[in-house]
Design a protein around this ligand. Structure first.
Ligand code: HEC
Length: 96
């Protein structure tokens, strides 16, 4: 519970401050990943054979933008902002 409160405070501060460091990006990206990607790509981004989804560990911003704009599997992700995609990539880079 403490963690959840800290997490909310963290996001609130980021919203007000605007800019964020690489580590903060990764922390935000983890949240976006868990909410938007983990169901198909697995909790650790290693992929899920049952969903025919590959590992996306270490995928870059460009690679993610590309699947969002071209892959029908990712149509639901068009609402992600460029910043959110950057954050997810920062998080995926920590999983290599
Ligand atoms: C509905 C299930 C689903 C969701 C949700 C999903 N993916 Fe995928 N993803 C797939 C499948 C299936 C593939 C492989 C086929 C394809 O690209 O359409 C894939 C492929 C990819 C690839 C290409 C990997 C490669 O090696 O070519 C990337 C990058 C990727 N996903 C990133 C993401 C990110 C980042 C998110 C969350 C923001 C996400 N996906 C959410 C199902 C999903």
């Amino acid at each position: 519970m403490k963690k959840a409160i800290l997490g909310i405070a963290f996001v609130a501060i980021l919203c007000f401050v605007g800019s964020s460091s690489r580590a903060q990006n990764a922390a935000n990206g983890e949240k976006t990943f868990k909410a938007k990607c983990a169901a198909c790509h697995g909790p650790d981004a290693a992929g899920k054979p049952a969903m025919k989804s590959p590992s996306i560990k270490g995928k870059t911003v460009d690679e993610i933008q590309k699947v969002i704009s071209t892959s029908p599997k990712h149509a639901a992700l068009k609402s992600l902002t460029a910043d959110q995609v950057k954050e997810v990539a920062a998080y995926l880079a920590t999983l290599k």
